[in-house]
Design a protein around this ligand. Structure first.
Ligand code: NAP
Length: 242
């Protein structure tokens, strides 16, 4: 698709991977709308971006999602790309029954899966009016394998991955709307600090890969270490009936 002249909404665009995507797409001539919960972080992020505005709000809360979607579609009716990037993750020890295991899982599945489905469906009518539109879901290398540190987070991202495949299949015949999935490996952001994120790749690498993928209409976007796994797994899973 075209990589300039788009109007792009980025959830969680005030930090980390979302901000790196905002920078990349701002630098390449796109209009940017960033979202996040904290107003000060949004204002600081806007200072770095050209042609950018913010819509503050918590996408994990239904009433906020509706307000954000309404503001987005009424003020920026030409929005043609949404990047569903905001996410929640908790270290969740399944053996520790006093550890609010279920509450953490609920927050992850709500933010990483339910909220993405709902927000996408709220904005979909607007996207379907555009000549060239995209939905970009930021999943994770974690979709391929759960582990004992982030078991419920990986499960929520696996759900997002499966939903994204179904969404892409739903619009397979529609050449004007494409569905991208970006699979970052460990990335050095605040989000991953607790799990050794300092050893991860810079968020700009994720943004660069997404930019190239948009240009090439390459809907599957494995990044860094995810590429090796993706090369092995994708040809096999694509053989499953769909
Ligand atoms: N970092 C990694 O190693 C890694 C690896 C694979 C996948 N990912 C995925 O990449 C995405 C971004 O992660 P990141 O590492 O860039 O995180 P980050 O640096 O912590 O940034 C998260 C962004 O999302 C916003 N946000 C969080 N919850 C929100 C909500 N409920 N509503 C609106 N905005 C919200 C944050 O701003 P406020 O706090 O002000 O709301 C911030 O702008 C996530 O989906 C994550 O699962 C990350």
């Amino acid at each position: 698709m075209k990589t300039s002249g788009n109007t792009v909404f980025i959830s969680g665009g005030s930090a980390g991977i979302g901000l790196a995507i905002a920078r990349k797409l701002s630098d390449t001539g796109n209009r940017i709308i960033i979202n996040g919960r904290n107003k000060e972080r949004l204002q600081n992020a806007l200072k770095e971006l050209d042609n950018a505005v913010a819509i503050q709000g918590d996408l994990s809360v239904e009433s906020e999602r509706i307000r954000i979607a309404n503001e987005l579609t009424s003020k920026y009716p030409d929005v043609n790309i949404i990047v569903n990037n905001a996410g929640a993750a908790f270290m969740n020890d399944l053996s520790d029954t006093d550890n609010n295991v279920t509450e953490k899982a609920y927050q992850e599945i709500n933010t990483n899966y339910i909220s993405v489905i709902d927000f996408t469906s709220l904005v979909l009518p607007q996207l379907l009016q555009q000549k060239d539109a995209a939905i970009v879901n930021i999943s994770s290398i974690a979709v391929y394998r759960g582990n004992k540190f982030l078991p419920t987070y990986s499960a929520s991202k696996a759900a997002l991955h499966s939903y994204t495949q179904g969404l892409r299949d739903t619009f397979a015949e529609n050449e004007q709307l494409n569905v991208y999935e970006v699979y970052p490996p460990l990335v050095n952001t605040e989000f991953s600090a607790e799990i050794g994120g300092a050893n991860g790749i810079p968020p700009s690498e994720v943004a660069d890969e997404l930019y190239i993928a948009l240009k090439k209409n390459q809907f599957e976007v494995p990044v860094g270490d995810t590429k090796k796994i993706h090369e092995l797994v994708d040809p096999i899973t694509e053989q499953a009936p769909h």
